[in-house]
Design a binder for this molecule. Structure first.
Ligand SMILES: [Zn+2]
Length: 522
C-alpha cells in the first residue's frame, strides 16, 4: 500500500511542481489547516508561513536537525514558525560544529524548494563552526578550534545568541549539535591522530588520547558557559576497527595502537602486541578476499573464525575502542552537567550502528550508556535504508566474509538477526528502489527501548528526504512517526537536515505527533 501511495505521491508532486510551489501546503489530508497569514517583517519575495500558535504541540518531544546557515538564510523567526506550525517542533538542533564535512552547503538538487524561500547552493561559502570560543577554557589541551574565515557568508553572525529569544517566545528548546571526525577546523589535530597496525598515523583522532578528551571537555565547557543552551547532541560517524575490516567503509588499516591505547590495553590485561598482530593478519586476510586471489579451500568464513580464535585479542581490542569512545561522551556529559545540571545531553547513533552493525550492537546495551546519557537518538531512516542495505551491507559482505552465501541468504540472515520482518521489508530485487516500512521503525525503536530498560530515553531519528533515498510518501512518513511513538520512543528528532525536508513530509510528521498526543492524552 505504501508503494502505491508513493507512486500517487510522485504523480501529485509532478503536478504541484508544474503548478508552482505555492500549492505544496495542500498536499496530504491534514486534520488541521494552518492559516496563511502575512507577517510584516517578511523579507520581500518570501512566501509567508502560519504564525506560531497554529499548532501548539503537546508534550511529545519533537526535535529537528538543521544546518545553521539555512535558518539564517530563511530567517530565524520564519524558520521556527514553519517548523513549529507544520511539524509541531519544540526543539531545534542546529550544528554548533560541523567537523565532519568540508562544507555544510549542499547542491540545489538536495534542497527543499517549498519552504517559501528559494534555496541557494552555498557549498564552500558558509562556516563549519558556529560558536565563538574563548581560549581560557582550552588550557588543558593543545588543540584549538580555528576561527571561521570572515569572508564566508554569515561568518559575522552569532546564531546561538540570536536564536535564544525567538526560541523562548515560541517555547522551543535549543540544542547544539556536533558531528566529529576530521581535523579540518582544529589546530594541532595531527598530535592526536590514531596509529594503525603498521605504525602509520590514521586520519581520525584517538579516543584514548587525553589531549583529545580534554579538547572535548574544553569545547563543551566553553559552549555551556558562553551560551544559553538547553541541550546537546554529539555524534561520531566512525565504526570500530573490526567492523571496518569485515564491512569496509574504507580500506584504511585498523587502529588504534598509539601509546595511549597500548597503555590502556595493558591496564586491561590485553596484550597489545597480540592485538596488533591479530588485526594486521585479519586485515590482510579480508583485503585479499576482495581481490581475484583464490579463496581459502577450507572456507572463507571458517578462516575468519580461525583468526578470531587464534587472536581473541581482536575482540578485546574492539571492545576497548568502544569503551574509549564512551569515555569521551562521559567526559562531556560530566563537564556540561557541572555547569548546567538540567541541560539535556545525549548522543547521535548513526544509521550503521542503529541498523546494521552487529558488532556495535553486541558491545553494550543502551542501559549501559545510560549513566551519561539523557537520551540516545537513533537514526531510523526507513526509506534510504533499502539502498543502503543493498550497497553498504549486502554487497560489501559479499566481497568479504559472507561470500559463501548468496545475497538473498544474506538478506534473510540480516532480517533474522536484526529482528525485522522479512514479509514487511523489501526483497533483494526491491532494495535499491524501495525503502523499509514503518514496521522497521517500530521494531528498531521497540528493541532500543528494551535495550535502554527504562534508564534513558530513546529518541527516534525519523528521516525524510534523505539524499539517495527513494521518494518519501507522506502517508508512510506519518505511519513511521506514529509507530516510533507507539514503540515508546521518548521523542523524535526529525532528520537529516531541515533544508532537505519538503513541507508535505514535515506536515505528515506534525499530523502523526498530533494524533499521538490526542491518543495518549498529552
Ligand atoms: Zn590510540
Amino acid at each position: 500500500m505504501a508503494h502505491s501511495n508513493r507512486r500517487k505521491f510522485v504523480k501529485n508532486l509532478g503536478a504541484i511542481i508544474a503548478a508552482g510551489a505555492a500549492a505544496d501546503l495542500s498536499l496530504g489530508a491534514s486534520p488541521y489547516k494552518p492559516t496563511p497569514q502575512l507577517t510584516p517583517q517578511l523579507t520581500p519575495g518570501l512566501v509567508p508561513y502560519p504564525a506560531p500558535g497554529v499548532f501548539r504541540p503537546g508534550k511529545t518531544f519533537v526535535g529537528i536537525q538543521m544546518s545553521p546557515h539555512t535558518m539564517l538564510d530563511e530567517g530565524i523567526d520564519r524558520c521556527l514558525d514553519l517548523c513549529q506550525s507544520i511539524a509541531g517542533v519544540n526543539a531545534v538542533f542546529p550544528y554548533s560544529h560541523a567537523f565532519h564535512t568540508g562544507t555544510l552547503g549542499k547542491p540545489l538538487r538536495d534542497l527543499a524548494k517549498d519552504h517559501g524561500a528559494m534555496p541557494r547552493d552555498l557549498r564552500n561559502k558558509v562556516p563549519g563552526v558556529w560558536v565563538k570560543h574563548n581560549d581560557k577554557y582550552f588550557s588543558e589541551t593543545s588543540l584549538r578550534i580555528k576561527s571561521s574565515d570572515p569572508s564566508l557568508e554569515f561568518a559575522g553572525r552569532d546564531l546561538f545568541s540570536e536564536i535564544r529569544k525567538p526560541a523562548d517566545r515560541r517555547g522551543m528548546k535549543v540544542f547544539a549539535r556536533i558531528l566529529e571526525s576530521s581535523g579540518l577546523h582544529i589546530e594541532n589535530f595531527n598530535k592526536v591522530l590514531t596509529v594503525d597496525t603498521y605504525g602509520n598515523p590514521g586520519r581520525s583522532a584517538c579516543w584514548s588520547n587525553p589531549d583529545y578528551a580534554n579538547f572535548w571537555n574544553a569545547t563543551v565547557t566553553d559552549m555551556f558557559n558562553s551560551y544559553e543552551l538547553d541541550g546537546f547532541q554529539w555524534g561520531a560517524e566512525r565504526m570500530g576497527p573490526l567492523m571496518n575490516i569485515i564491512l569496509p567503509w574504507n580500506n584504511n588499516a585498523p587502529g588504534c595502537f598509539c601509546q595511549h591505547c597500548i597503555e590502556r590495553g595493558k591496564a586491561s590485561n590485553i596484550d597489545p602486541g597480540r592485538a596488533r598482530e591479530g588485526y594486521r593478519l585479519l586485515f590482510e586476510y579480508v583485503q585479499r578476499l576482495m581481490t581475484d586471489a583464490p579463496k581459502p579451500p577450507e572456507g572463507v568464513f571458517t578462516i575468519f573464525l580461525r583468526h578470531i580464535m587464534r587472536y581473541p585479542e581482536i575482540l578485546s581490542w574492539e571492545y576497548l575502542y568502544r569503551q574509549s569512545r564512551e569515555d569521551i561522551q562521559k567526559g562531556m556529559y560530566t563537564a556540561i552537567k557541572s555547569i548546567k545540571p538540567d541541560a539535556v545531553v545525549g548522543w547521535h547513533v548513526d544509521h550503521q550502528p542503529s541498523s546494521w552493525d552487529i558488532v556495535y550492537r553486541a558491545e553494550m546495551s543502551y542501559e549501559e550508556m545510560a549513566p551519561y546519557s539523557d537520551y540516545i537518538k537513533l537514526i531510523l531512516y526507513h526509506e534510504v535504508l533499502g539502498p543502503r542495505i543493498r550497497s553498504w551491507y549486502l554487497d560489501r559482505f559479499k566481497k568479504t566474509i559472507l561470500s559463501e552465501i548468496s545475497i538473498e541468504q544474506s538478506l534473510e540472515l540480516y532480517y533474522a538477526l536484526f529482528g525485522y520482518d522479512r514479509n514487511a521489508e523489501p526483497g533483494v530485487d526491491k532494495l535499491s528502489s524501495e525503502g523499509f516500512s514503518p514496521d522497521y521503525v517500530y521494531r528498531e525503536t521497540r528493541r532500543s527501548v528494551a535495550s535502554a530498560n527504562g534508564k534513558t530515553k530513546i529518541f527516534a531519528g525519523i528521516g525524510i528526504d534523505v539524499p539517495g533515498s527513494p521518494p518519501d510518501d507522506p502517508e508512510t512518513v506519518y505511519q513511521a512517526t506514529l509507530k516510533a511513538l507507539q514503540a515508546n520512543a521518548g521523542g523524535i528528532v526529525i532528520s537529516r537536515e531541515y533544508e532537505e525536508m519538503r513541507v508535505p513530509n514535515l506536515e505528515a510528521i506534525g499530523r502523526a505527533v498530533k494524533a499521538w498526543d490526542t491518543m495518549s492524552g498529552l
